[in-house]
Design a protein around this ligand. Structure first.
Ligand code: GUN
Ligand code: ZN
Length: 427
């Protein structure tokens, strides 16, 4: 038997979705969690767990919150170094800032440097799993998975395929996009905690032939996830109409080519037509809300309340570096603000659920990560609810757990993250 560790604190887990009924009633609070060999083996009252696990090493976090590690359901790790680039909307932003940076990832050493930097920054922010776009270069995928494997991290990523409307040097073809994706999938999918996602960037940068080839690859590997972008900005949607004149709508450009399914992740999904909403729900596809990106690039206000009410599967994400933060705390704050702008404020339990269980569910990994329960993987984050004087003085006034947690959601950042445990190991 290997070592057991008992973490003491306010252990916050979900027994239900806080979008079904009273949000607070979906939450369970325990006093301690016991981990061993990368798994959660016990949760409950501290005195009981101490008696049951006499030899466990104690890590006492007093009244800090212990939750599942954050799950970021849509990021671009190659955009780490160009985050917070000024003044452009989506298409100009891609051409001015993103594509020139992504060109650099054919250099394996640079790809490794940024992958390492990205995983360091996000671990410090409490993110333990992410689903990332890479670049068209297989080197970028190898660099990301190699760095994640060394940390024992559960990650999802894929080679971003583009065969048009991107600069020379940043385009593959329908055939090489398929071949390179397939080779990477065969090399990495299912290795340790790594999963491959088939990754057409979005319809404007793929020909119908490329979408068709990637749809065929997905049909050959239906256990893989597929990630892309959908209906982020109005100009983009108009452009898609001219590029795919026979498509009924933006989603149809994917649907026609075998790229709509229950294991599909559609980033942004802001300006959806009724038919698109119906089809996404019918197939059980996942919508990924990227609120800091949506305000930063000026995209629009995601309809969280309406989409949840109609039963969509929804996760939360930074969309680094279109998003303006690596932190899921900052991302929850932005989701709250977008909810307010739509007249539907989100409860702190709903925000925390989106950043953990919700995102894990979009990745079809909610049986492994995103919550604290016996048998789940030991990816944990410990939050200090008084990490700055401004937050501490507000928390001191709190009358209940939600008033205590909300200032950290709204004003917290990596300073609130006291500790991160990945695969049962403290980072
Ligand atoms: N649409 C296509 N590519 C991207 C990207 O890199 N970031 C964002 N925010 N939207 C996109
Ligand atoms: Zn994106």
């Amino acid at each position: 038997m290997t070592d057991q560790t008992i973490l003491k604190g306010q252990v916050l887990s979900f027994t239900n979705s806080p979008f079904d009924g009273d949000p607070a009633a979906a939450v369970r609070l325990d006093e301690a969690v016991v981990i061993q060999d990368g798994k959660i083996i016990d949760v409950g009252a501290f005195a009981v767990l101490q008696t049951r696990h006499k030899d466990a090493k104690l890590v006492d976090h007093s009244d800090r919150i212990i939750t599942a590690g954050f799950v970021d359901a849509h990021v671009h790790f190659p955009q780490t170094a160009m985050i917070a680039s000024w003044g452009k909307r989506l298409i100009d932003w891609l051409n001015s800032y993103t594509f020139p940076e992504e060109m650099l990832f054919g250099d394996a050493a640079y790809a490794t440097e940024i992958a390492t930097r990205y995983l360091d920054i996000t671990a410090a922010s409490g993110t333990t799993t992410m689903c990332s776009f890479c670049t068209i270069h297989p080197e970028s995928v190898d660099a990301f998975f190699t760095a994640a494997k060394a940390r024992g991290q559960r990650v999802v990523a894929g080679k971003t395929c583009m065969d048009r409307n991107a600069p020379e040097g940043l385009r593959d073809t329908a055939q090489t996009g398929y071949d390179e994706s397939r080779a990477l999938l065969n090399r990495w999918h299912g290795v340790d905690r790594i999963s491959y996602a088939i990754t057409p960037r979005f319809s404007p940068t793929s020909t119908p032939e490329q979408l068709e080839a990637l749809g065929a690859l997905w049909a050959e590997h239906p256990d893989c996830l597929m990630q892309t972008h959908l209906s982020e900005q109005l100009d983009e949607i108009e452009w898609v109409k001219t590029l795919y004149p026979s498509a009924r709508d933006y989603l149809d450009t994917y649907e026609q080519h075998g790229l709509l399914g229950g294991r599909g992740l559609y980033g942004h999904a802001i300006h959806l037509e009724p038919r698109e909403r119906d089809r996404l729900r019918e197939v059980g596809a996942a919508l990924v809300h990227c609120p800091t990106s949506n305000t930063f690039i000026g995209s629009g206000l995601f309809d969280m309340a309406g989409l949840m009410a109609e039963g969509q599967r929804i996760g939360l994400a930074t969309d680094t570096g279109g998003g303006s933060s690596f932190s899921m705390l900052r991302t929850m704050a932005a989701a709250y603000e977008i909810g307010q702008l739509r007249g539907t404020p989100l409860h702190p339990a709903q925000l925390l659920w989106l950043a953990t269980v919700g995102s894990a569910t979009t990745l079809h990994m909610n049986d492994k990560i995103g919550n604290i329960a016996v048998g789940m993987e030991a990816d944990l984050v410990v939050l200090d609810l008084g990490s700055t004087p401004a937050i501490a003085q507000r928390t001191a006034r709190a009358n209940d757990i939600w008033e205590a947690v909300f200032p950290t959601i709204m004003m917290g950042d990596d300073r609130a993250v006291t500790e991160v445990w990945i695969n049962g190991k403290r980072r």
